[in-house]
Design a protein around this ligand. Structure first.
Ligand code: KG4
Ligand code: ZN
Length: 339
């Protein structure tokens, strides 16, 4: 007779994606993500509008996740929710909803750290065929964070490098904006770059010691170079858009790859992984995968588990559930939640 797997409802609302997912064992049975469109015309996420949209979307998204999984609330053993880091108004919607639902169905509540969840997405059954072995280094790159994390176990993670200014995703989005690509420009810049020459233009490289990152110098270099080129030829951007995208992408990916290399040298860890929205970047995925030839073991998650999603919250919740680490009803959303 087959044993019933632990079934967890995961809820994610830290930024501008409202998402609900259900995990049964380590298998995701539904993962519904509603990306808020309202921010596009403002060129960035407007916190007030994000929390309002989460309020409207959260019930339909949870209902959709249940219906896709062909389940009812009675099948759920626990509710996992992102407690932080993220936008306060956005987090509050998910946390309040999860607390109320846990009370209503009398099931345990689990609080999840969004950044740790990005990393734990590697352990979803269908995320990748070769899950990372411990210890591994994870380059966690999103719109708000850029970190190198030393992962000893699902419960033991340490940040060993971080950005001192912008995050990698922010660098992609800001550079994209400079060449007329709408927010969030990262994915579109990546798509256009596929056809371009990455060596056509070069920008200044940061000189940051050790494992920390900086993208503000690169951003200024891109801005000033483009300004000068446009002065000489007003149509410069439209004539060179494809090569600009490829060259900008290469500059950002070069920085990320050099730091993960350095982190491996320093720690002696050869298992490497990427996580977070920017890990959807094709060039980053290729360059990291090529490191297999140099003896590294590389782990790249499925596209759908790279950008914000509740499947990663559900798998993180599963690890906490197995350890009996539950949250009480007095937890609060924490925009700066620490590790
Ligand atoms: O993890 P995520 O979905 O949300 C945060 O927690 O921030 O990451 C979003 C970021 C955005 O900056 C977006 O432009 C970037 O990830 N991103 C990409 C790609 N897909 C998403 N950047 C470059 N290339 C991509 N393919
Ligand atoms: Zn994220």
């Amino acid at each position: 007779m087959s044993q019933k797997h632990t079934t967890i409802l995961g809820i994610e609302s830290s930024c501008d994606d409202t998402s609900a997912a259900i995990i049964s064992g380590v298998k995701i049975v539904s993962n519904c993500v509603s990306t808020q469109k309202v921010h596009q015309k403002y060129g960035g996420v407007v916190p007030e509008l994000a929390s309002r949209a989460h309020q409207e979307l959260i019930v339909p998204v949870v209902e959709e996740a249940l219906s896709e999984a062909k389940m009812t609330l009675e099948d759920i053993d626990a509710i996992a929710v992102t407690r932080g880091p993220g936008l306060m108004g956005s987090l509050v919607v998910g946390v309040s909803f999860a607390k109320a639902l846990a009370l209503a169905i009398n099931k345990p509540l689990i609080d999840v750290n969004h950044m740790k969840a990005h990393i734990l997405a590697h352990f979803i059954e269908d995320s990748n065929t070769n899950r990372p072995q411990f210890p591994f280094l994870c380059l966690t790159v999103s719109g708000g964070h850029t970190q190198i994390v030393e992962v000893q176990s699902p419960y033991d993670m340490k940040v060993i490098g971080t950005t001192i200014d912008d995050a990698a995703g922010e660098a992609f989005d800001k550079a994209a904006k400079m060449i007329g690509i709408d927010y969030p420009g990262g994915p579109e810049l990546d798509r256009i770059a596929e056809e371009g020459n990455p060596d056509q233009f070069s920008f200044s490289k940061p000189r940051i010691a050790e494992l920390d990152f900086s993208f503000s110098g690169l951003k200024t270099s891109i801005l000033y170079n483009i300004r000068d080129w446009v002065k000489e030829d007003p149509d410069f951007i439209s004539k060179n858009k494809i090569d600009l995208c490829a060259s900008i992408r290469k500059s950002i990916v070069d920085i990320l790859i050099s730091k993960i290399n350095l982190a491996s040298k320093k720690t002696g860890i050869i298992n490497l992984a990427i996580a977070g929205g920017v890990s959807a970047n094709r060039e980053l995925r290729r360059r990291l995968s090529m490191m297999e030839q140099e003896g590294f073991k590389v782990h790249v998650p499925k596209f759908e588990y790279c950008t914000d999603n509740a499947a990663m919250i559900a798998i993180a919740g599963k690890f906490s559930y197995d350890k009996g680490a539950f949250a009480s009803q007095d937890i609060a959303a924490d925009p700066r939640l620490k590790w």
